[in-house]
Structure formats: structure tokens, C-alpha cells
Design a protein around this ligand. Structure first.
Ligand SMILES: Nc1ncnc2c1ncn2[C@@H]1O[C@H](COP(=O)(O)OP(=O)(O)OP(=O)(O)O)[C@@H](O)[C@H]1O
Ligand SMILES: CC(=O)C(=O)O
Length: 577
């Protein structure tokens, strides 16, 4: 038995250990790729942004790791987490999760594997693009990699929605729009492009629009005034010259107020896509153009009757209307995506940072994971290094304790998707370290969530467990969970050590992939909690991840048979011998 001492609500033999000492110079891998010395000070003499070598250095051992365990001692631990833990130690482990949009640049098995090795936790498939056959192949390839290579990459489908605001001039690149030039916005379907003509994707795009209304492209790239209505089409004059990008987003305004179309969130095509997603075993659905909680509740009810496995539903916040109903939407959903691309079409750009912070705050208060999406490293679609401003933006999202960061075009169509992922990985690690040193999580104020006594007990146990874990400097937190609730309550407190969430439910494992600082691990759990604790400690120790003298804080809410559930919620501290 690996466990020597065992104390319930005690501080028995806990010794603070510095991972930089314990793991020697391995810990410095995080900072050395950024030109930092072991002490974390900037060494300006060294070259920065060595992304390729960082990728190779960090994960060169992944190929040699194996996933299989025997039936009695099964341990479903993601090989990438395992390698990262070996390299960087418990405290050095990246806590912020990474989402990659899959597109033409990265859909092959080989490219997907590179992204998985690079730290992709969730693959996003945007149903606006590609055919179902294309998406099926990608989904199956991801599942194959998970099964055969021991990765744990969740699959998130992003619904298309009405595409009400998408317009396209048909050229492959941007077009200049001159002041005073007159353009036709049309629903006619034709191949390629016509001079001064823009195709609207949504047939009813001009409904309710009147002469004199303003059309704004991509939140201000260029603007027009409607000068004539021609059936469904609009003739418009440019009032603010600029650029027209392919697949631009349009918003319509009257006297400074946004014109709302009031369309349903999920259309026929979305329901068919969702059906397809269920049949392919997706883990998460990100719902576009959510305007109220009703759409989320409706989908969740539908999924619970149609899908044999639980699928988590995330609301994309991308309209002014969704901001007005933010709390009810967050409450109804299993998580949120701050879809800054579309949000920036309706919300003035200077407001985006505070809106993002507010959404992240509400999500943490209500204990829902939040993804920060769009344009994080936009310049890397074309260039091999990010701009300084992009690094500052990513760092700010990490400082706000976002659960996950998302790549869009950077991975889907960019030439440097893997480097972009590597940048997210390194910036996250760097900023998390600095937040820990500042002890910023002490600034997090959590509201009480539960109303029932059992819920309040679970919440209090998790709050206290994290405080203990931080004060004692334990190496890891272990939690045993069926549906992931206790793991998410622990994550909400943003503890210093990583949270190993042991579950025997495959869907819980995949959904926990989005939660900050949680390493989901699939194991066989029994009714005997002491047995679960000692078995999992032995399994983690056998992987070489725990060693003599390490301390683990154990939180459990799995009841032994016959016991009242609450009677068995506990915090224990174990030291390893
Ligand atoms: N499956 C795909 N097939 C082809 N191109 C894709 C695919 N997925 C993404 N892309 C490309 O990558 C770019 C970025 O993708 P992303 O889905 O993030 O943005 P988007 O099209 O603006 O949609 P949304 O507004 O829903 O984010 C798209 O503009 C598109 O060109
Ligand atoms: C991701 C997305 O849909 C957006 O930013 O608009």
C-alpha cells in the first residue's frame, strides 16, 4: 500500500515542497522557452518565441507512453497530461484548457494528433462550414486517437444558427469600399463575384429594413446607408469607406438602435446537425445566437430524451440581447463561450474587454466553465509569431481565470496552427504562475450556490478543501465524482495544485476537460471509498507521478452502499511513503 499516513481534517506531516527543487531544472522548461532563467527573471539575451522547439521539447516523450491498463487496474489518464506532469511537476501543470477549431489546415489524422500532443483539450467543429461527411471523418479520427493513443480530446459541435448576418462578396480576399460607392446587397444565388455586389446568406435579411437605415460591416470595417429597397434586395451607399472581407458580418441600425430579427436560435438544419452529432457521440454542443434561457432548456430537454449519454450544452454569448439576459442564460447552460467575433458586430469594440470580464465573472459565480473565443492570435493565421497586443489579450483572459481559450482561424485555416497552440500553452503557464505568486485567487469572491443543505455542504467542503490545499502546499487534490459536480466546485476556487477528478463515467470525464485545473481520470470505482483512494494513489504512483513524501488532499462524495450520501463527504490528507 502506498499510503502511509491518513488524517481526516488534519495537517498531519504536510511539508511544503518546491516543485522547482523536486523536479530539478525540468520546471524551467515552462519559462526557458520564453527566454527566462530558472529564477523566472527575464533573460533578454536568449532568443524568444522558439515555438517549434518548445513543442518538441515539451512532448517528446508522448509517443512512448501507453494508455492500456489491465481490467482491474484501469487508469484512463490523458497521455499529454501525464507527460506534462512528468516534465513540469504538479504546480507547473497548465490549468487553462485549450480549444482548437478544426478546419482544412488541420483535419487529417496526423495534424489532429499534433494538436492533441500540443495540448488541445477540446476540438471544435463549426457546422457553418464543411459537409456532415467531412465532420464525421474528423469526429471519428479524434475518437480513434483517443482510443488508440490515449489522448482525451472532447468533441464540441458549434451550431450554424440562422447565419442571418453573413454577407459575402464572393472574392477570395478583401475588397476596398470607396466613400459614396453604391452597392447591391442581394439574396440572388450566383457563383463567384459581381462588381459592387454582396450576397446575403439569409433570404429574409432585408425584412423590416427601411430606406435610411444603416448597415455596418464587421463592427465598423465599413458602413452603408440604405438608399432603395428592390424586393428582397437593398441598394446601399457607402458612408464610411473601408474594407469588405469575405464572409463578413452585417448589423442593421436605426437611429442608433440595433434592428432585431427575432429568429429562433435553432433552425431545421441545426436540429439535423444535432441529431447527427448525437449519433456520432459528441461531448459538447455550443449553441450559436442564444437570446434567452428557453432555447437552452429546450435543447437540454431534447438531448435528455434523445441521447443515451449526457451532452453538455454551452451558450455562445454573441449578441446584445444575450447580454441583457446573461444570468438566466448562464444558469440554464452547462457553460458559456464568449464569442467575441459576433459580439464585436453588435457591441462597440471598446466595450468588449469589460463585457468579457463581466461574463467570466457571472460564469464563475454560477460555477459554469467559460471559453474566451475569437481573434486571440488572429495574426498567426498568416504570421509565425503573435503580436505583443495578442499576447497581452491572451494573458488577460488567463488572469481573469477563464476556463478555456479557443483558436478559430488560427488552427482551422492558418499556416501556424501548432505554433499558435504552443503560444497559448506557454502564455497560460506563464500567467498562471504569476497569478499564483500574486495569490490572486484570494481575490475571487464566490457566491453561495446551493439552497439545499446537501448542496451547501458540498460547496463548503470544496471551498475549505481548496483553502487547506493552498495553505498546506499539497501536491494534488484528488476528488471522486460521478457527475463532476464536486470537481467543478473545487475548480471554481482556482486552487494551486491540480485537481485529479476520478470518475467511472466516460461522459463526465469528457465534459470535465473544459474545467480549469481539472485532470479527468477514468477509473473503476467501487463502493469502498478507502479502497478507491488507495487504488488510485497506487495507480498514480505507479505512473511515477507521486513519490515518497508527496501529499494529496482527498475530497470524496461517493457514498459506500447503505450510507447516507452526506455522511460520507469528507476531506482527508494523505502522505505517500
Ligand atoms: N470545417 C471547415 N471547413 C472549411 N473552413 C473552415 C471550417 N471550419 C472553419 N473554417 C474556416 O476557418 C475560419 C474560422 O473559423 P470559425 O468557425 O472560427 O469562424 P466563422 O466562420 O467566423 O464562424 P463563427 O462566427 O461561428 O465563429 C472560417 O472563416 C472558415 O474560413
Ligand atoms: C466563435 C464565434 O462564433 C464568434 O466569435 O463569433
Amino acid at each position: 500500500m502506498a499510503v502511509a499516513s491518513n488524517s481526516i481534517f488534519s495537517t498531519h506531516q504536510i511539508i511544503w515542497k518546491n516543485p522547482r527543487t523536486r523536479f530539478g531544472n525540468r520546471f524551467s522548461v515552462v519559462s526557458s522557452t520564453w527566454g527566462c532563467s530558472n529564477e523566472g527573471k527575464f533573460d533578454l539575451g536568449k532568443s524568444r518565441f522558439k515555438f517549434r522547439s518548445a513543442l518538441e521539447m515539451d512532448f517528446e516523450g508522448v509517443e512512448n507512453l501507453s494508455f492500456a491498463g489491465n481490467s482491474n487496474e484501469y487508469l484512463g489518464l490523458d497521455v499529454v497530461f501525464e507527460e506534462e506532469l512528468k516534465e513540469k511537476g504538479f504546480l507547473g501543470l497548465r490549468k487553462t484548457k485549450l480549444v482548437c477549431t478544426i478546419g482544412p489546415a488541420c483535419y487529417s489524422l496526423e495534424e489532429l494528433e499534433k494538436l492533441a500532443i500540443g495540448g488541445m483539450n477540446v476540438a471544435r467543429l463549426n457546422m457553418c462550414h464543411g459537409t456532415r461527411d467531412w465532420h464525421r471523418d474528423v469526429m471519428r479520427n479524434i475518437k480513434r486517437l483517443n482510443e488508440e493513443k490515449g489522448f482525451c480530446v472532447s468533441i464540441m459541435m458549434d451550431t450554424e444558427g440562422s447565419q442571418i448576418n453573413v454577407v459575402d462578396h464572393g472574392e477570395p480576399s478583401s475588397i476596398k469600399v470607396e466613400e459614396g460607392s453604391v452597392w447591391l446587397f442581394t439574396t440572388q444565388k450566383f457563383k463567384g463575384s459581381r462588381p459592387l455586389t454582396v450576397k446575403a446568406h439569409y433570404e429574409g435579411f432585408s425584412e423590416g429594413i427601411m430606406v435610411g437605415d444603416e448597415l455596418v460591416i464587421d463592427g465598423g470595417m465599413t458602413s452603408f446607408v440604405v438608399v432603395e429597397k428592390l424586393g428582397n434586395d437593398l441598394r446601399c451607399k457607402c458612408t464610411d469607406p473601408g474594407l469588405f472581407l469575405p464572409r463578413a458580418k452585417l448589423s442593421s441600425w436605426r437611429e442608433g438602435k440595433l434592428i432585431n430579427y427575432g429568429l429562433p436560435t435553432l433552425l431545421e438544419k441545426d436540429w439535423a446537425d444535432i441529431e447527427f452529432g448525437i449519433s456520432e457521440g459528441i461531448d459538447l454542443i455550443a449553441v450559436s445566437l442564444v437570446n434567452d434561457a428557453e432555447a437552452i432548456n429546450h435543447l437540454k430537454n431534447y438531448l435528455s430524451s434523445k441521447s443515451s449519454k449526457p451532452i453538455k450544452v454551452l451558450a455562445k454569448i454573441e449578441s446584445i440581447e444575450s447580454l441583457h439576459k446573461l444570468e438566466e442564460i448562464v444558469e440554464a447552460s452547462d457553460g458559456v463561450m464568449v464569442a467575441r467575433g459576433d459580439l464585436g458586430v453588435e457591441v462597440p469594440l471598446e466595450n468588449i474587454p469589460t463585457v468579457q470580464e463581466d461574463i467570466a465573472h457571472v460564469c464563475r459565480q454560477l460555477n459554469k466553465p467559460v471559453i474566451i473565443a475569437s481573434q486571440l492570435l488572429e495574426s498567426m493565421i498568416e504570421y509565425p509569431t503573435p503580436t505583443r497586443a495578442e499576447i497581452a489579450d491572451v494573458s488577460e483572459a488567463v488572469r481573469q481565470y477563464a476556463d478555456a481559450l479557443m483558436l478559430s482561424g488560427e488552427s482551422a485555416i492558418g499556416s501556424y496552427g501548432h505554433k499558435a497552440l504552443s503560444v497559448l500553452r506557454m502564455v497560460s503557464s506563464r500567467m498562471e504562475l504569476s497569478s499564483r505568486e500574486e495569490n490572486r485567487q484570494s481575490l475571487l469572491h464566490q457566491c453561495q450556490l446551493g439552497t439545499s443543505l446537501p448542496d451547501r455542504i458540498a460547496e463548503q467542503i470544496c471551498n475549505c478543501a481548496v483553502e487547506m490545499a493552498n495553505n498546506l502546499g499539497v501536491d494534488a487534490i484528488f476528488v471522486y465524482t460521478k457527475h463532476g459536480h464536486m470537481a467543478s466546485l473545487l475548480s471554481r476556487n482556482r486552487p494551486n495544485p491540480p485537481i485529479f477528478a476520478f470518475t467511472d463515467d466516460g461522459s463526465t470525464r469528457m465534459s470535465l476537460n473544459l474545467q480549469w485545473g481539472v485532470i479527468p481520470v477514468l477509473v473503476n470505482l467501487s463502493d469502498d471509498m478507502e479502497d478507491n483512494i488507495s487504488t488510485t494513489i497506487d495507480l498514480i504512483k505507479a505512473k511515477g507521478l507521486l513519490e515518497q513524501g508527496d501529499a494529496v488532499l482527498v475530497v470524496s462524495d461517493v457514498a459506500p452502499s447503505g450510507a447516507c450520501t452526506n455522511a460520507f463527504q469528507s476531506i482527508q490528507v494523505k502522505t505517500i511513503d
